[in-house]
Write a protein that binds this ligand. Structure first.
Ligand SMILES: Cc1cc2nc3c(=O)[nH]c(=O)nc-3n(C[C@H](O)[C@H](O)[C@H](O)COP(=O)(O)O)c2cc1C
Ligand SMILES: [Mn+2]
Length: 493
């Protein structure tokens, strides 16, 4: 079908045509086998396309103990090439994280509202009341040591603010408690959790829909911190250049994409908690303990014939979480810093750092701009969930070049003067470096590293010149060498 995709299936078909996905006919167990394959694919792929040495994504067509047709998909967003296809970018083989950031920011700045349609393929099968059984789907036991089978690892939660038109889509993991109940992790200051706490304060159950396997951009935007009040579906419409088609839920007034694979409907009741987790997380560790967390009481499930359950096996980089943070968070941080009038050049959350490191390159018109940058991000994004470490560098550094970035960090941060330990802020409950008490109370400390040269230092005598081809040779010498490169006998670059 090609871009824009109306559903996950047509995207999967295109990934297959591009050589970026295979269909596995061999029997695969939902119990650890699917997760372990997904993990190995991520670790071998490292964000590369198949042409450049990565492994394909996979649809498991034959899941142990399940009827034919009930399928699992992994790896659909493991590299920028697949995401570029989802965005409809030409020349997807050569697209960079920066190209994707640009497409993401454009979409947020040019949203398109969804359209409501009467019917959709997500209504092909309907389960109500006693028929509801989450185990009907091959929800995976993703990693060893997880608290249970996770139905929702690559999906989004639809919820609507009390007394407002703002409908939020957000990705918050959910585990099966029993055939009609899910439970999940709500990290403070995220939109979905904030909306739930509003209902809870009013002593009302929060109606929800969980959508699995909608078009490939939906989950990408659902996992990023869009501006408060902007409905993710409008940004997805913007990215598609075409409105998303939506149908009404069976048991509440929420709208869901018409051709989603699986839709779970129900309520999150106030003041009910059940033990959820632990789970292997995006930081590359299983750090947040089993704890009492909100529950989803399921009233209805609708699904397409031969449904595809998308899943993520998060862990060490690079998996889809790392790509999503890099593009989604990177875009939103850059947009907000530039909108705040700061002379920021680039923002990179290197996928290799699991999204907990934010690097900003900037001009330095005044002393301490690194703190202004951190404060803007704190204010707008609260920074609870991601980007616990912020590294600010001068704009001579290409922060998308990881060796250059590491060299800068190692060579320009004064250990006494340039590292600012940040305590007392809300912290990441999943922070692997924090002690258990800090993780449970969400008070993990974080740090700001100011790698910009001191404005007091004289460029002539105190700032060490960089001994790089581009900076420590006269332009004439550089040009001569570039023009003669091949005649010297060296390889083309
Ligand atoms: C695979 C995946 C799983 C995630 N799981 C959770 C989670 O369990 N709880 C949570 O609060 N955020 C989780 N996130 C992060 C949120 O999706 C992300 O911060 C997003 O901005 C939330 O949407 P919101 O800004 O509308 O709240 C997850 C992200 C991904 C990619
Ligand atoms: Mn949101």
């Amino acid at each position: 079908m090609g871009f824009p995709y109306d559903d996950m299936r047509s995207f999967i078909d295109d990934l297959e045509k591009e050589g970026e996905l295979i269909r596995v006919q061999e029997e695969v167990d939902w119990n650890l086998e699917a997760g372990a394959i997904a993990r190995r694919l991520a670790e071998l792929t490292q964000g590369r396309s198949v042409k450049k040495g990565g492994q394909p994504a996979a649809v498991f067509e034959n899941v142990k103990g399940y009827p034919k047709g009930f399928r699992l998909a992994v790896g659909t967003h493991y590299n920028p090439k697949r995401v570029s296809l989802a965005f409809g970018l030409e020349d997807s083989d050569h697209r960079t994280l920066q190209d994707l950031q640009k497409a993401f920011i454009d979409a947020v700045d040019h949203p398109i509202k969804p359209v409501v349609v009467k019917n959709g393929s997500c209504k092909e099968n309907k389960l109500f009341g006693d028929e509801v059984n989450l185990y009907k789907f091959p929800a995976p036991m993703v990693h060893e040591g997880d608290g249970g089978r996770y139905m929702c690892t690559l999906h989004f939660l639809v919820s609507k603010r009390l007394d407002s038109d703002w409908t939020n889509w957000g990705m918050y993991r959910a585990m099966i408690h029993d055939k009609r109940t899910l439970g999940g992790l709500f990290i403070h200051s995220q939109h979905g959790p904030d909306i739930y706490y509003e209902y809870e304060a009013a002593d009302k159950p929060m109606p929800f829909a969980i959508v699995i396997g909608a078009d490939p951009l939906s989950l990408f935007f659902s996992a990023a911190p869009l501006p408060r009040g902007l409905s993710e579906v409008d940004a997805v419409g913007g990215a598609r250049g075409k409105a998303v088609r939506m149908v009404k839920c069976e048991t509440n007034d929420l709208m869901v994409p018409a051709d989603a694979e699986i839709v779970i409907e129900g309520v999150v009741p106030p003041r009910v908690r059940a033990y959820e987790g632990p789970f292997g997380e995006f930081t590359g560790y299983r750090a947040s303990p089993r704890d009492k967390r909100p529950v989803y009481a399921v009233k209805c499930i609708t699904y397409r014939n031969d449904p595809i359950l998308t899943m993520s096996c998060m862990g060490v980089p690079v998996d889809e979480g790392d790509i999503v943070w890099s593009v989604g968070l990177g875009s939103m941080y850059k947009r907000s810093l530039i909108n705040a009038g700061l002379p920021v050049v680039d923002v990179n959350l290197p996928p290799e750092a699991s999204g907990v490191l934010t690097v900003v390159s900037t001009k330095t018109p005044y002393r301490g701009i690194a703190h202004t940058i951190a404060n803007v991000l704190d204010g707008e994004f609260k920074m609870v969930s991601m980007s616990q470490h912020i590294l600010v560098v001068n704009d001579d550094v290409d922060i998308f070049n990881i060796p250059e970035l590491l060299h800068t960090w190692a060579s320009r941060v004064h250990p006494e003067r340039d590292i600012f330990v940040r305590r007392g802020r809300p912290g990441l409950p999943l922070a692997p470096w924090a002690d258990l008490d800090e993780r449970q109370k969400m008070t993990a400390p974080s740090a700001l590293y100011d790698a910009t040269w001191s404005l007091d230092w004289s460029p002539e005598i105190a700032i060490p010149p960089k001994a790089a081809f581009k900076s420590i040779f006269p332009v004439e010498v550089q040009e001569k060498i570039l023009s003669k490169w091949l005649s010297y006998g060296f390889n083309a670059v």
